[in-house]
Write a protein that binds this ligand. Structure first.
Ligand SMILES: [Zn+2]
Length: 209
């Protein structure tokens, strides 16, 4: 398994390409044109088997249609927001409205099997109702979308979210053994910094919200 992070410097989400027996892309940024440029030296879009969205905000799904041969996977509670083209209000926020298809809905405990990499689906609502994190236990890697960022920050709850749910989700992540944190925006962190991010986020959420 090889994980190639594409770290965004703008409004696009980070994009993570996992190359294994199957090839998966976790989140796709705001637009196809941005992602196509970024992917050029990583993988050919037609080789991608799965597009996996952490949630249905358009800055994470806007490039989905670039992958013509891929199956699109999203948690069942965010599937509707993907296909209705409004993305919990982020379509108007980013002027990027479009209806996107999905092929399979995910639920808590599902495993997406890419070969060596087995992505466990953790339903972590709060940022949106169907926000999900993906955990590869063999390398203790967590793809956290906008639920958790490096350094103990976390996503906003005013675009379809709920703070009480987010607190519970952060509490859950704080107890998880994380060696590498791949968040939806900003930098990737490893080791103690990754574990501290989750603990700190939970503490901050409990104390200030
Ligand atoms: Zn988001």
């Amino acid at each position: 398994m090889e994980i190639v992070p594409i770290i965004s410097k703008g409004y696009d989400s980070n994009v993570y390409v996992i190359k294994d027996e199957k090839v998966a892309v976790i989140d796709t940024g705001l637009s196809e044109s941005w992602l196509e440029r970024k992917l050029s030296e990583v993988v050919a879009p037609e080789r991608v088997d799965y597009v996996i969205n952490t949630h249905a905000h358009v800055d994470h799904c806007g490039g989905n249609a670039l992958f013509k041969n891929a199956k699109t996977l999203i948690h069942e509670l965010d599937a509707q927001a993907l296909s209705d083209g409004r993305f919990y209000g982020t379509a108007s926020l980013f002027a990027q409205g479009k209806s996107l298809r999905y092929d399979r809905v995910l639920r808590e405990g599902d495993v997406i099997d890419l070969g060596e990499a087995k992505l466990e689906v953790l339903h972590t609502p709060g940022h949106t109702p169907g926000s999900a994190c993906f955990y590869i236990s063999s390398i203790k890697a967590l793809f956290s979308g906008d639920t958790l960022f490096a350094g103990g920050s976390f996503g906003r709850v005013d675009l379809g979210g709920n703070m009480e749910q987010l607190k519970a989700s952060l509490r859950r992540l704080a107890k998880l053994d994380i060696d590498v944190l791949y968040p939806g925006h900003m930098e990737v962190v490893e080791g103690e910094e990754a574990r501290e991010s989750a603990r700190l986020a939970w503490e901050i959420a409990e104390e200030y919200y």
